[in-house]
Design a protein around this ligand. Structure first.
Ligand SMILES: [Zn+2]
Length: 158
């Protein structure tokens, strides 16, 4: 169990650094342009983000200005080659995730934001349960666990 978690963390560190990012681009015949690097650096800071959020973050960092539309194209291209995972949020916004391994999420419905949830017990429980379940005409392709939350502290009025 511990080893699985360590392997997971090592994967995260290795797959996220800029050098292995450039290596992946090279492998797919893509140039490591300033835009792609700025987008990836921002994704590493944020973990999960929409194109709008990345464009804001890049602007805030004082790097070259990139329109949200250009950011979206970069994110889509990078998802195509497996660098990010895509998820559609409840507000129908496309989010991109730097963690491409199967994992659970906590989704804040009020702030439209994701966090990774590392809970091996939960994953094992669901996997063990589904291992013995049959879905007529289908085989299980994956499990996507998302816990919906909203902030518990209420803002004071007035
Ligand atoms: Zn995630």
């Amino acid at each position: 169990m511990k080893n699985a978690r360590n392997a997971y963390l090592c994967h995260m560190i290795r797959s996220n650094d800029i050098e292995s990012f450039k290596e992946k681009l090279r492998k797919h015949g893509l140039k490591a342009t300033a835009q792609r690097i700025a987008v990836h650096e921002s994704m590493m800071r944020l973990g999960h983000a929409s194109a709008d959020r990345i464009a804001e973050d890049i602007a805030a960092e004082g790097q070259a200005k990139i329109s949200a539309a250009s950011v979206y194209n970069v994110l889509s291209d990078l998802s195509e080659i497996g660098i990010y995972q895509k998820r559609m949020s409840r507000t129908n916004k496309m989010f991109f995730d730097v963690n491409t391994l199967p994992h659970c999420h906590v989704y804040d419905c009020e702030n439209d934001s994701y966090r990774d949830l590392v809970d091996e017990d939960l994953e094992m429980m669901v996997q063990n349960y589904l291992g013995s379940r049959k879905f007529r005409g289908y085989k299980v392709d994956g499990i996507d666990i998302q816990i919906l939350v909203r902030p518990s502290s209420r803002k004071k009025r007035g």
